[in-house]
Write a protein that binds this ligand. Structure first.
Ligand SMILES: Cc1cc2nc3c(=O)[nH]c(=O)nc-3n(C[C@H](O)[C@H](O)[C@H](O)COP(=O)(O)OP(=O)(O)OC[C@H]3O[C@@H](n4cnc5c(N)ncnc54)[C@H](O)[C@@H]3O)c2cc1C
Length: 397
């Protein structure tokens, strides 16, 4: 039976879309080169930050609250099936060197969380020393929020793929889409590199950092940027376990750094949410030596117990950045039936359980405040990119 909807890409955006569309009674086919989770996909990793702190941004904060509730529900469903949780609620420590101040990410997050009835706890240097001793005291201010932590993202993708198959989605691996089939201003399907054509009345393009390859007119709006990830093996692993070492952001708008507690493999993962490197997603994934030196410098200043920890592995991973840092979930203005679901801007994974609903609303042309925000907006160009996306608003870990 031909699918009525083809989804290109089986990462967080594509699988979430497939699940939501199948729940609305559609026959969905997902295409991906595979295997799933794909080793090069942004979604494939041991952990992704799940936080409600989004500066003064109420839209993302509300969406993160919904996503957290879903992650907890998925944890519970898995518990009943004898499976370990995907979401680990370690809490999140949001730290800053200078006192939190109006207009700053930390202060605005703190205020909005209070306004929405949350109870983040203010952390000063003495509380930091007592509760979170691995962190150096130069962290002057910040807060700890118990609702947050991390998601084991590769495991979550595997779970979503299983759920999709159980819901009747056709998950086709070995299919690398090469072009869209468009006729008389409407999408008719896609063609993959084997020459096979997959016909559908609706196509959702969710190819992560590769999305603009299939739609070159978006190459100045959906911009791949590479970001370094490090997996460190600490000498004293017990110092990096929650509750004394939760997920953290370290004055993130200034340093870019954030990190995670010890994984089940005994590794502390540290990432940098800086501007990234402007190179394409098929480039070499080796981290440039300058990035490693920058990490060491950060660790010496902020987490001295990790400063000489062995780097078990490191790699580059690609965001699909938009000029304003907002997702891009929108119908193509000129090609009927084509929806783009991408532009994750380095902060999309936490929303995996709820993104699909927004994509499905786009496919079905239903109104949504999210679709207004994530609309087609080619007027924003890369020139406006850095400040707006990364440091003008909320950081996107
Ligand atoms: C270093 C790094 C750290 C991050 N940290 C966080 C975090 O802490 N918290 C958070 O919430 N988010 C985080 N993110 C963002 C998060 O990972 C992304 O928002 C999310 O994974 C994007 O999902 P996606 O489906 O758009 O892309 P991807 O996961 O990359 O999936 C795209 C899929 O499309 C497939 N594909 C590509 N081209 C084709 C084609 N031509 N035909 C068929 N299939 C194709 C690929 O194989 C892949 O499976 C981070 C991202 C990176 C890179």
């Amino acid at each position: 039976m031909p699918a009525d909807t083809v989804v290109v890409g089986a990462g967080a955006f594509g699988l979430s879309a497939a699940l939501a569309l199948a729940a609305r009674g559609r026959h969905v086919r997902v295409l991906d080169p595979g295997p799933i989770p794909h080793p090069l996909a942004a979604s494939t990793d041991i952990s992704k930050v799940m936080r409600l702190a989004y500066g003064a941004d109420e839209l993302y904060t509300a969406l993160a609250e919904e996503a957290r509730a879903e992650w907890l529900r998925w944890n519970e469903e898995r518990r009943r099936r004898g499976k370990p949780p995907l979401y680990r609620e370690t809490g999140i420590l949001v730290l800053t060197e200078a006192p939190m101040a109006p207009g700053g990410f930390e202060y605005e997050s703190w205020q909005l969380l209070l306004k929405r009835g949350h109870t983040p706890q203010r952390i000063d240097p003495s509380k930091l020393k007592e509760r979170f001793p691995a962190f150096r005291h130069r962290f002057g201010d910040g807060f700890f929020h118990g609702l947050g932590g991390y998601v084991e993202s590769a495991a979550a993708i595997a779970e979503m793929a299983d759920r999709a198959i159980a819901a009747g989605v056709e998950l086709v691996t070995g299919s690398h889409v090469q072009s869209l089939l468009v006729e008389s201003g409407a999408v008719r399907g896609v063609r993959d590199d084997s020459g096979e054509r997959h016909f559908a009345s609706d196509v959702v393009l969710a190819a992560g950092a590769w999305t603009a390859r299939l739609l070159p007119e978006l190459s100045r709006s959906l911009i791949p940027t590479a970001h370094a990830l490090f997996y460190l093996r600490p000498r004293s692993p017990e110092r990096f376990l929650p509750p004394r070492f939760p997920v953290f952001t370290a004055d993130i708008t200034r340093t870019g750094y954030y990190g995670f507690p010890l994984s089940s493999d005994g590794l502390v993962k540290i990432g940098s949410h800086g501007p990234g490197l402007a190179i394409g997603p098929d480039s070499d994934r080796t981290v440039p030596p300058a990035e490693t030196e920058r990490l060491r410098q950060f660790l010496r200043e902020w987490l001295p117990d990790l400063a000489d920890a062995a780097i078990s592995s490191s790699r580059l991973c690609w965001y699909c950045d938009t000029p304003d840092g907002d997702f891009w979930i929108a119908r193509h203005p000129e090609v009927e039936g084509l929806v783009v679901a991408s532009g994750d801007s380095g902060h999309g994974f936490k929303f995996a359980p709820v993104l699909g609903r927004i994509v499905a609303d786009a496919v079905e042309e239903l109104p949504s405040p999210y679709l207004e925000r994530f609309r087609w907006r080619p007027e924003l160009r890369a020139a406006q990119f850095r400040e707006a996306a990364r440091y003008g608003g909320a950081p996107r870990a």
